[in-house]
Design a binder for this molecule. Structure first.
Ligand SMILES: Cc1cc2nc3c(=O)[nH]c(=O)nc-3n(C[C@H](O)[C@H](O)[C@H](O)COP(=O)(O)O)c2cc1C
Length: 348
C-alpha cells in the first residue's frame, strides 16, 4: 500500500495520532515493534503560525522513525495552509495529515476538528488550500469520523469530495462526533467507502482494533488498505508485532527489524515473553524520563502502566499496582516492577 510515493508494504498497521501519547519516544518504539507508519499528536495550526515554541517542539522528528506523519488542526483555510508550509519546512514529514475528527468540546464546538463535519464546504476548502500549499512537496492526508451525529453520517460522499481535493489517503474512525468514544466503532461505512468504485486513494480504517483478530477482520471483511491502532497500544506497544504475526505467518520485515534501543529486537523465541514485555515497559519509563525529567517522565508513562494487560490476572496485585502507579522515582518504580517480574514468573 502506498501513500504518494511512500511504500508502507502489504496490510500495514499504523500508530494513531494521540495527544500527549505519540511523542517521539513512543513513535520510535512502535516503529521498532512493527508499526508501518507513526503519527505525531495533533498540532494547532494557529499556534504554529504564531511560532509558539511548545507547538514548534511537537514538529521534532528523527530519521529512524520515518515514515512519520505530522498532523495539524485548525478551522480556517489560510492559517492551515500557512501552518502546513511551516510543518513541511521544519519537519520534512513523510505525510501531512489534517485532523477533521477531534471530538473534544473546546475544539469541535469552535469549528475545528470534528466540528468541521458540520460545515463540509469549509472542511473541503481547508483541504484544497493545504493541498495547493504543500501538495507538491508532501502527500496530504485526512483523518476524520463518519459524520457529526447519527443523522448526518456523510462519510461516503465526503470521501469522494476529499479525494477530488487531491488528498493521498483517508483515515476513517468508525464513530460520529456525537459518540465521542462510546459504543463500538461501526466499520460498515468504512467498508462502504472502500467498496465505492469511484474511490482510488487508500482507505485506513480506525476504531477499536484491540487484538490481532480484529485487525485481520478489518482487512478481510472490510477490505481496508491499512488499519490504525490507538488506545490498544497503551501499555502494549508490542500489539504491532502480534498483529504482524497474525497477518503474515512469516513476520514482516518491519516487525523483525533489529532493535536500536536497549531492549533486544528481533523475533527470537523469547521476544514475546513476559520478561521481554516488562523490559519494554521499563525502557518506556527511561525514554520518557530522558525526554523530560524524572517526575514528569514517570507521570507521563503511568497511563501505560495502568493500562498494560501484562499484569492482568496476577493474584492480589492491587496493592502492588497502587505502589507502581504512585512511585515518584525511577529506583522506586523499578523496584516494584522487578517485584512484579517475580510474581509473573511465579504465575507461569
Ligand atoms: C488520548 C488520546 C489522544 C488522541 N489524540 C488524537 C489526536 O491528536 N489526533 C487525532 O486525529 N486523533 C486523536 N485521538 C483519536 C485516535 O487517533 C483514534 O482515532 C481513536 O482513539 C480511535 O482509535 P482506537 O479505538 O484504536 O483507540 C486520540 C485518542 C486518545 C485516546
Amino acid at each position: 500500500m502506498k501513500i504518494g510515493n511512500i511504500d508502507l508494504g502489504e496490510r500495514p498497521v499504523l500508530l494513531a495520532p494521540m495527544e500527549d501519547v505519540t511523542d517521539i519516544g513512543f513513535r520510535l518504539l512502535c516503529r521498532r515493534l512493527g508499526a508501518a507508519m507513526v503519527y505525531s499528536e495533533f498540532v494547532a495550526a494557529d499556534a504554529l503560525v504564531r511560532m509558539v515554541n511548545k507547538s514548534l517542539k511537537k514538529l521534532e522528528v528523527c530519521d529512524e522513525e520515518r515514515p512519520v506523519a505530522i498532523q495539524i488542526y485548525g478551522k480556517e483555510p489560510g492559517p492551515m495552509a500557512d501552518a502546513a508550509r511551516i510543518v513541511v519546512e521544519q519537519a520534512h514529514p513523510d505525510v501531512l495529515d489534517l485532523n477533521f475528527g477531534c471530538p473534544v468540546r473546546k475544539i469541535a464546538t469552535k469549528g475545528a476538528g470534528a466540528g468541521l463535519l458540520q460545515t463540509p464546504d469549509k472542511l473541503l476548502a481547508i483541504t484544497r488550500a493545504v493541498v495547493d500549499a504543500v501538495g507538491d512537496q508532501v502527500p496530504v492526508t485526512v483523518k476524520t469520523r463518519l459524520g457529526w451525529d447519527h443523522e448526518h453520517k456523510i462519510i461516503v460522499e465526503l470521501a469522494e469530495q476529499l479525494q477530488d481535493c487531491g488528498i493521498s489517503a483517508l483515515t476513517i474512525h468508525g464513530r460520529t462526533r456525537s459518540q465521542l468514544y462510546a459504543d463500538q466503532a461501526d466499520w460498515t461505512l468504512i467498508g462502504q467507502v472502500k467498496q465505492n468504485p469511484r474511490m482510488r486513494i487508500p482507505i485506513i480504517g480506525n476504531g477499536d482494533i484491540t487484538s490481532a483478530e480484529r485487525a485481520v477482520e478489518a482487512f478481510e471483511r472490510y477490505g481496508v488498505d491499512a488499519v490504525m491502532v490507538g488506545r490498544a497500544t497503551f501499555g502494549r506497544p508490542w500489539i504491532f508485532r502480534e498483529i504482524a504475526e497474525a497477518l503474515h505467518s512469516a513476520p514482516s520485515s518491519t516487525a523483525s527489524s533489529p532493535s536500536s534501543g536497549s531492549v533486544s529486537g528481533g523475533l527470537s523465541a523469547g521476544s514475546s515473553s513476559l520478561d521481554w514485555k516488562l523490559d519494554i515497559l521499563k525502557e518506556q519509563v527511561l525514554t520518557s524520563v530522558a525526554r523530560t525529567n524524572e517526575l514528569s517522565g514517570i507521570r507521563h508513562i503511568r497511563r501505560h502502566l495502568a493500562a498494560t494487560p501484562l499484569f492482568k490476572g496476577i493474584p492480589d496485585f492491587r496493592q502492588t499496582r497502587i505502589k507502581m502507579l504512585q512511585a515518584d522515582t525511577v529506583a522506586e518504580l523499578f523496584e516494584v516492577m522487578e517485584y512484579t517480574r517475580k510474581l509473573l514468573h511465579q504465575q507461569q
